[in-house]
Ligand binder design. Structure first.
Ligand SMILES: Cc1cc2nc3c(=O)[nH]c(=O)nc-3n(C[C@H](O)[C@H](O)[C@H](O)COP(=O)(O)OP(=O)(O)OC[C@H]3O[C@@H](n4cnc5c(N)ncnc54)[C@H](O)[C@@H]3O)c2cc1C
Length: 397
């Protein structure tokens, strides 16, 4: 039975939801009415309700297929700024972020620091009220269009690796930031290399204390993984930042196994018991992951970076690989044809290759397994020989 707030959301939707209203206008209505992030305080676009009530509101929105709610959990950008940004930064950016009007990117990975992010060598040196940033990042999704970036940089070379990192909100459109496109296996060019030479970031754009950026990063990564754990439900012609943006809208979208079932029928394979079994297995994996995502969201709403998020992301990676290979197998020899000669084969090839976006981006499958092993199953931690020595003394790639 709907609670008071659930009933209020339902009534508001009955009175206002109109699928023909332009998306931008609709999102403004949702954000300004406090439905986008209901668990946040009223002064920051929320309604001060509990996480459970916020989930119920998001369900009401999904019920009528209206976008914009549930962003308190899956909007990586806004949630991180709301948690760590100054009052001035929140006033300047939160509304635009909730409306999807700020282009963002993540400057985390480097040529020598991917899975081991604590090994970053991009440096930030204090210069009055600013920091000067120099170094190279790689695999930066949406780098060319970004207005701002979440950046991790080393600010203390004498501290051990996890304790000398600081998290910044970096303006991208400035001299000193150069973005170069990279080309992917799918033929897309969605991510980039970013070179920073004495790029400037105000100290007011620092999230958390200097040297405590690792803690901030854990929260931001948990939001990213939660979004990726759900994002693959849409046919994923998107990179991770797109996925993060979209995930809010598709939190419980219907599971599109229908496409694969149709393909099995079209190719005369729907009566093959082995194919039927694999279709059902995929359906079950999706269903379980959907429930798991609800648990992960509940944990995030309570402010913890739960390892359940890693389970969801790992599961979604398995789902996308399984779906891609089943789609290709159903097509048989036709699966080798590309382009306009067989659009459905081109689509299958894309699905197969694009599955790697979830199994690598935001932390690889192996890293998610490490997290689950250590934090869920209680297995011994991996040896970390460089954990307690000054970073400047650690041998580097
Ligand atoms: C589509 C996509 C979008 C991305 N977008 C961004 C972005 O916007 N911003 C950003 O900063 N980065 C981004 N990345 C980078 C991504 O986060 C890294 O690729 C990822 O963290 C892996 O790092 P790496 O590529 O350096 O691989 P490595 O860390 O070098 O890993 C190589 C292999 O070794 C395995 N491995 C490494 N360490 C361990 C360990 N301890 N235990 C077991 N196995 C291990 C890995 O699983 C992997 O198979 C993106 C990547 C992809 C694919």
């Amino acid at each position: 039975m709907a609670t008071d707030i659930g009933q209020q959301a339902k009534t508001w939707l009955d009175e206002n939801w109109d699928a023909s209203v332009p998306r931008d206008t609709w999102l403004e209505m949702v954000v300004d009415s406090g439905w986008a992030v209901p668990s946040w305080p009223r002064e920051w676009f929320g309604r001060g309700v509990t996480p459970d009530e916020s989930r119920e509101i998001a369900q009401e929105f999904r019920r009528v297929d209206a976008p914009g709610s549930g962003q308190d959990v899956v909007n990586l950008w806004a949630a991180t700024v709301a948690t760590y940004g100054s009052e001035e930064l929140k006033a300047e950016h939160l509304r635009d972020m909730l409306l999807g009007r700020t282009n963002m990117c993540l400057l985390y990975s480097e040529p020598g620091a991917g899975s081991d992010l604590a090994a970053v060598q991009t440096r930030a040196d204090r210069d009055g009220d600013e920091w000067l940033v120099t170094g190279q990042k790689v695999w930066t999704s949406s780098g060319r269009t970004a207005d701002f970036a979440f950046l991790i940089a080393r600010t203390d070379w004498d501290a051990p690796k996890h304790r000398g990192i600081t998290f910044f909100f970096l303006p991208m459109k400035q001299q000193g930031v150069e973005v170069r496109a990279l080309r992917q296996a799918t033929g897309d060019s969605r991510f980039n290399e970013v070179f920073m030479t004495q790029a400037r970031v105000p100290d007011a754009n620092r999230f958390g204390e200097a040297g405590q950026g690792w803690l901030v990063l854990q929260t931001a990564l948990a939001y990213e993984r939660a979004a990726m754990g759900q994002a693959g439900r849409r046919r994923a012609h998107a990179d991770s930042t797109d996925a993060v943006r979209q995930a809010g809208d598709e939190a419980s979208a219907p599971i599109p196994d229908v496409t694969l079932l149709d393909l099995a029928r079209d190719t005369g394979r729907a009566t093959d018991p082995m194919i039927r079994q694999r279709l059902m297995k995929l359906h079950a994996m999706r269903k379980v992951n959907e429930w798991n995502n609800e648990r992960a969201k509940a944990a995030l709403e309570q402010g913890t970076s739960s390892p359940i998020v890693s389970l969801g992301k790992l599961a979604m990676s398995g789902i996308l690989h399984t779906a891609g290979s089943l789609q290709t197998e159903l097509l048989g020899a036709e699966g080798m044809i590309g382009g306009l000669d067989s659009p459905r084969s081109a689509d299958a090839t894309y699905s197969l290759l694009n599955a790697f976006f979830t199994s690598i981006g935001g932390g690889t499958d192996q890293i998610q397994r490490n997290i689950i092993g250590e934090r869920v199953l209680g297995l011994p931690k991996e040896p970390e020989l460089d954990k307690n020595i000054a970073f400047r003394d650690v041998p580097k790639a």
